[in-house]
Design a protein around this ligand. Structure first.
Ligand code: ADP
Ligand code: ZN
Length: 721
């Protein structure tokens, strides 16, 4: 009798046993189809002893239906799935699903049909078709994806196929990717770079778990250096995974990768079109995708022969996923490297305190690149005290910053103004009655976006048009914008420097690869004088003519009482400062603040990173905060306020009383309403030695809640709202 234990993609029944019919061959990791009641489910064959299962007698077992024609998920990945589910208190099925990535890809390769414009230009078009023609220029995708991109119905596009405006293109899902060449364009490394590269290359050769912290100042050539490790993996025929914190950075990375290796890498992220998803996933499992670059979802792919993992900008908070499985991709990447027995490189100019601590403890090997490449110097950083150097009324840029901007324009050099706030103004109110525009679904103000003429919620995506009159007192033309967003700063620049060419860089304006490329090319070709941007421009970019960086409001990130606020502010400002003076001309950075005495501002001004990290570490040690103690959050939510409150009270009432564990709350979350759900939070602070996850499981597992209640556990949380 041949039994198989399955991890099935069904949260209610995650583990089921089946009979393997005669002639069917399965092994641990095989992806199979099984009957479940009248339906079918997908599952992964798992080792019996690792998955507590059922005691159903053999005679009662139903047979498996089919094995998917893809290689079994490798053992190191199965161990990673188990570890992630256990560590983050998440359902194993939810973690395993991240490894599948594309359900459609399981069915095999073959072909799919995409559509593109034929180039025919009819004399008359309906407005919808005309809009679609504009939107779809240069695009090729399935009808559904094109409809989404062009914001028209699929029916409109089918009509266009019939009229000969769109034509089908058959796409081979298994067409190979061009081969990267390890020695396509090898740079001449500096001495420091070479020493670092040698360490990485040796580790790749050795093929053992080896975690590195690559700590190099901005412009030191971290990318060039870890590319040598990538090259070595290519020579050995091993796959490489490069994780980037956000998709917006991939375009820049692709260009650099192609310059070094001759072809672009394989991309993986959540907004890939379906054919590319299938093609990439299938190439990954067969070991044919040589280098995969992606956002955090690339981490759980079933690489057939991984040889190296790189996490670039490893300090970035966006590696932490805050819904679904709440994992930190930086930490899971290290675990994956451990299970795969390969080196992992965490690269950053401003490493997370947690990573520094692990390096100090000797867990990570720290590799330093202390100087910029090619003799470029670090920028001169100055503080602008907004209490004494006040901007003009209704303006946000202090006279000294304005003077420096003018100077750059005269010299033909570029400037960058950084403010981490999208839109025109973060708050709109009525001059007459004081009414404030609030999101109906969230505890948040609506942000005015003047370019798109919208009031928008940055939490849930709710949008509305600014009304002509106040909805409360009905006075016309009485709305005032309070505070600045980047759009407003861009307006101010246009006012003080009318002849300057200003580029606004936010996720609203740079929302696709073509626009990102256009921006990078314009900046490189000196078609832009002043860049005004959010955190999107703080990292990754290298514009040699950029010699001035202005931080519009350094205090923004310090509000809100987040325990990592100081560290995060330091990282963000050090990163954006790092964009200045990367070429031959020296850079200058002006930081506008009302708190020049704050430790983080002083550290930035003096460039004394080490003592800042030391002070932060001390404060964390006192507060028993990570990495010295451990945190976890429990977030309770429901569409009914009373239901959420009751569930929170129930959890609070069942709290364990343990010497090593301090439990705060439940209390209404700072974002007490989010996407229409009322929220309560508890924060758990424990000693490192405490078995935090076991405590939480023993606490929550016996509790039963009303149907509409969701209880999420967030281990090592980054968000406290
Ligand atoms: P970081 O990521 O450390 O900020 P980059 O990798 O972006 O630095 O390098 C900064 C700039 O210097 C890039 O334009 C890069 O191409 C260039 N550079 C770095 N090292 C070398 C090298 N050895 N040879 C040629 N150019 C280099
Ligand atoms: Zn909202």
């Amino acid at each position: 009798m041949n039994r198989a234990r399955l991890l099935v993609f069904n949260a209610a029944l995650p583990v089921l046993d089946y009979r393997v019919p005669d002639g069917m061959i399965v092994e641990p990791g095989s992806i199979v189809v099984a009957p479940l009641g009248p339906r079918q489910v997908l599952g992964i064959v798992w080792e019996d002893e690792r998955l507590p299962g059922t005691e159903v007698p053999d005679s009662k077992l139903r047979p498996l239906l089919e094995v998917m024609p893809v290689p079994p998920l490798p053992a190191p990945l199965r161990r990673l799935i188990e570890w992630t589910a256990d560590y983050y208190c998440a359902p194993m099925a939810a973690v395993a699903r991240m490894a599948i990535g594309s359900m459609a890809a399981l069915r095999g390769g073959g072909t799919m049909t995409e559509y593109r414009l034929t180039g025919m230009e009819p004399k008359r078009l309906t407005p919808q078709r005309a809009a679609a023609m504009d939107a779809l220029d240069g695009e090729q995708a399935t009808i559904r994806e094109l409809a989404e991109r062009a914001s028209v119905s699929e029916g409109v596009l089918r009509g266009m196929v019939g009229a000969g405006l769109l034509e089908p293109v058959v796409v081979d899902l298994d067409r190979p990717y061009p081969r990267a060449r390890a020695d396509h364009a090898q740079p001449q490394l500096s001495e420091d770079q070479q020493a670092a590269a040698d360490r990485f290359v040796a580790a790749v050769d050795k093929g053992k778990f080896a975690p590195f912290l690559l700590d190099g100042v901005t412009g030191s050539g971290k990318t060039e250096t870890y590319f040598e490790a990538v090259a070595e993996a290519l020579r050995l025929g091993r796959q490489v995974l490069v994780l980037l914190p956000e998709i917006a950075l991939t375009e820049n990375f692709l260009r650099r990768f192609e310059a070094r290796f001759g072809v672009p890498p394989v991309l993986w992220h959540s907004s890939l079109k379906s054919t590319e998803r299938r093609r990439a996933w299938r190439a990954i499992v067969r070991g044919e995708a040589q280098v995969v670059v992606g956002a955090r979802s690339a981490l759980f792919m079933p690489y057939a022969k991984l040889g190296l993992i790189v996490v670039d900008e490893a300090h970035e908070v966006s590696f932490k996923q805050d819904d679904g499985v709440r994992y930190n991709a930086r930490d899971v990447a290290v675990m994956r490297a451990k299970f795969e027995k390969v080196p992992v490189i965490l690269a950053s100019a401003t490493p997370a305190l947690e990573s520094m601590q692990l390096a100090e403890a000797g867990v990570y090997e720290k590799i330093d690149l202390p100087a910029r490449f090619g003799g470029a110097t670090m920028p001169d950083i100055q503080i602008v005290d907004l209490r004494t150097e006040q901007p003009e009324r209704g303006h946000w840029l202090a006279p000294r910053l304005v003077k420096e901007l003018k100077l750059r324009l005269e010299r033909g050099e570029q400037s960058l103004l950084f403010l981490n706030r999208r839109g025109y103004a973060p708050l709109t109110l009525c001059r007459n009655c004081g009414h404030r525009f609030q999101c109906p679904n969230c505890t948040a103000w609506l942000v005015e976006h003047r370019l798109s003429r919208r009031l928008a919620c940055h939490h849930c995506g709710y949008e509305t048009q600014p009304p002509e009159a106040c909805p409360e007192c009905h006075t016309a033309d009485c709305l005032v914008a309070c505070g600045p967003g980047v759009e407003r700063i861009a307006d101010e620049v246009r006012e003080i420097l009318p002849e300057a060419r200003v580029a606004l860089v936010t996720s609203d304006t740079l929302n696709n690869p073509a626009k990102i490329n256009e921006f990078v090319e314009a900046a490189e070709n000196r078609m832009i004088d002043v860049i005004v941007g959010t955190q999107l421009v703080t990292k990754g970019y290298h514009f040699p003519e950029l010699t001035l960086v202005g931080v519009v409001d350094a205090d923004l990130g310090l509000e809100g009482g987040d325990l990592r606020a100081g560290e995060r502010t330091y990282q963000q400002i050090a990163q954006v400062a790092g964009r200045a003076g990367r070429g031959e001309k020296p850079g200058k950075v002006l930081i506008q603040t009302r708190h020049p005495e704050a430790p983080v501002i002083e550290a930035l001004a003096s460039g004394d990173r080490d003592s800042f990290y030391a002070a932060e570490a001390e404060a964390r040690r006192d507060a028993m905060a990570p990495p010295f103690g451990r945190w976890a959050a429990i977030i309770v939510s429901s569409e009914e306020e009373a239901e959420a409150r009751e569930a929170a009270r129930q959890i609070g009432g069942a709290r364990p009383d343990l010497p090593d564990v301090l439990i705060l709350g439940p209390a209404p979350a700072p974002l007490s309403l989010l996407r229409g759900r009322y929220r309560y939070r508890l924060l758990i602070n424990a000693r490192r030695s405490a078995e935090l996850q076991d405590v939480i499981r023993a606490w929550l597992d016996p509790l039963r809640f009303s149907h509409g209640v969701r209880v999420a556990v967030d281990i090592d949380p980054y968000s406290f709202v």
